[in-house]
Ligand binder design. Structure first.
Ligand code: GAP
Length: 503
């Protein structure tokens, strides 16, 4: 099965089992907007808690806030979003379809890189055990030619983006002979900048003065509360402020399921440091954040760093943690050294000092900031895609199992009476009652035990316990483990410990 087919199955599975529904589905949906169902919201909440616990609860010097989505419109002028939060757009005149110019070029580069991968695979088949991939990549003429081509296009694209030279960007699309995937033509308009912020109206006045924006990042809510938190929390530098919340972007290219949405959630932390110490902390947070991802156990090989060549207007260093999604390595989290840009701009635009008095150095200064910014929905997709598994069993049967890390699983424990009679449902409910305040549990008595196990596998429940006639005698149950499907017999009193130890 190709990874494309597997991804389609995953999307269908996410809907069938109540993880993710297309938004407004009975009205034919709303592009790039999704709703989380009964299982999805549990998984999402567990991811939020896992992040909050690691970032806020485990650090003496990091606290959390929850700022409003609506903020004063001047904030977005100060942050640079009104002027510079743009994507370069290009239209195809024949299909009337709109694309991001940089994405068209990225996809073109990806096709060239695909050719390289295919060439390497051909070499591997031909030379078998004696194949030396590094040497092959360094010497094979087709690989070298394509690698040079891809590097040149990327370099030219980054230079054009950095210089905001939209004519060069268009020329690159023409030179690469990129065609519209819908019309197949090269009849392109000029490239234009398009602001990604959604605007709306505050109050009843429908003039320019009433225009406000839906926040495109949660970070600014932290910056404008920097002094509130620092003073009321008596925080000493270095310290951090964390926040989880919705962000909105009018994305032009909104594809790949919940990877790029118009309404999404971010988990961000701004870490305020002494000027001059930002690179030390930048490296620190890069490593810390990678460790956090790896702690989920989805596979260390699924992550890699990508250092930015094109820096955002506010950053002096930036890197992405990329995840190997079913459609390749893509950004999951950004770590940015934002300098004193944001606080200085708010100081300038608001006329209020945004300074910190450092009692150790006896100095007043605007702190520098290291930001960690992770997409909640992208983390959800990373977890789901790493967990989704279509498995052939030894007895010839198939099962679809979500190997979600137990700490994140929507349902931790299923309580299943073997049959619907003989006092087993009553015993099962009695046991359920003792466990449900510690774990999210599900009770199920319908269908055969095999079918019930499959249903729990499909939503990623790591543990099932079965209550049978013997349970009434000895107060012991059968516990079944999702990943190995192994079963053990243990006293009811030990179930909580067994489930808890995997969390
Ligand atoms: N405050 C910095 C900031 O917002 P960003 O790289 O634009 O930086 C941070 O976004 C993270 O938010 C990304 O790494 C990604 O996980 C998530 N994200 C950004 N745009 C998104 C979208 N349209 N849909 C889903 N997640 C998105």
């Amino acid at each position: 099965m190709t990874s494309e087919e597997l991804f389609k199955n995953l999307i269908a599975h996410a809907k069938e089992y109540g993880f993710i529904f297309p938004s407004s589905e009975i009205y034919d949906g709303l592009s790039a907007v999704y709703d989380y169902g009964q299982m999805g919201v549990e998984l999402k909440n567990n991811i939020k808690n896992y992040w909050w616990n690691a970032m806020v609860r485990q650090h003496d010097n990091i606290v959390g806030i929850d700022s409003a989505i609506f903020m004063h419109p001047r904030i977005w002028e100060a942050s640079g979003h009104v002027g510079a939060f743009n994507d370069p757009l290009i239209d195809n005149r024949d299909s009337k379809k709109r694309y991001r110019a940089d994405v068209l070029l990225e996809e073109h580069i990806a096709k060239i890189e695909d050719k390289i991968t295919k060439e390497v695979e051909k070499g591997r088949k031909k030379f078998g055990g004696a194949f030396d991939e590094a040497q092959f990549r360094a010497t094979h003429p087709n690989v070298l030619r394509n690698a040079a081509k891809a590097a040149e296009i990327r370099e030219n694209m980054n230079a054009a983006l950095n210089a905001n030279d939209l004519d060069v960007l268009k020329q690159l699309i023409i030179d690469c002979e990129i065609v519209c995937p819908v019309s197949g033509s090269r009849n392109w308009t000029d490239v234009r900048q398009f602001n990604l912020m959604f605007s709306t109206q505050l109050g009843s006045v429908s003039d320019e003065a009433g225009v406000i924006y839906l926040r495109p990042e949660t970070a600014q809510g932290i910056f404008v509360n920097f002094l509130n938190v620092q003073k009321t929390g008596r925080m000493k530098i270095p310290f951090g402020i964390a926040q989880i919340g919705k962000a909105f972007r009018n994305e032009i290219v909104a594809r790949q399921f919940i990877f790029r949405m118009r309404e999404f959630e971010q988990m961000e932390m701004q870490f305020f440091v002494r000027p001059g110490e930002e690179m030390k902390w930048y490296e620190y947070w890069k490593n810390e954040r990678l460790r956090w991802h790896q702690s989920l156990g989805l596979g260390n090989e699924k992550y890699r760093f990508h250092d930015h060549e094109k820096l955002a207007h506010y950053a002096n260093a930036a890197a992405d943690i990329e995840f190997n999604f079913p459609f390749g390595f893509k950004e999951l989290e950004g770590i940015h050294s934002r300098t004193d840009f944001d606080l200085s701009r708010h100081q300038e635009f608001s006329g209020r000092k945004q300074q910190y008095f450092d009692s150790e150095t006896n100095e007043n200064y605007v702190p520098y900031v290291i930001e960690t910014s992770i997409g909640l929905d992208r983390t959800f997709l990373a977890v789901l895609s790493a967990a989704y598994c279509e498995e052939q069993l030894a007895n010839g049967e198939e099962r679809v199992v979500l190997r979600i890390p137990p700490v994140l699983a929507p349902v931790k424990l299923a309580v299943l009476p073997l049959v619907k009679k003989d006092g087993l449902p009553e015993k099962a409910r009695e046991i359920l009652q003792t466990l449900r305040s510690d774990f999210n549990c599900q009770y199920d008595e319908k269908d055969s035990i095999g079918k019930r196990y499959r249903r729990q596998d499909a939503i990623g429940t790591p543990f099932c316990i079965t209550i049978d006639h013997q349970t009434l005698e000895d107060n012991r149950v059968t516990i079944r483990y999702r990943d190995t499907m192994q079963q053990d017999r243990l006293p009811v009193a030990e179930v909580a410990v067994a489930v808890g130890s995997f969390q």
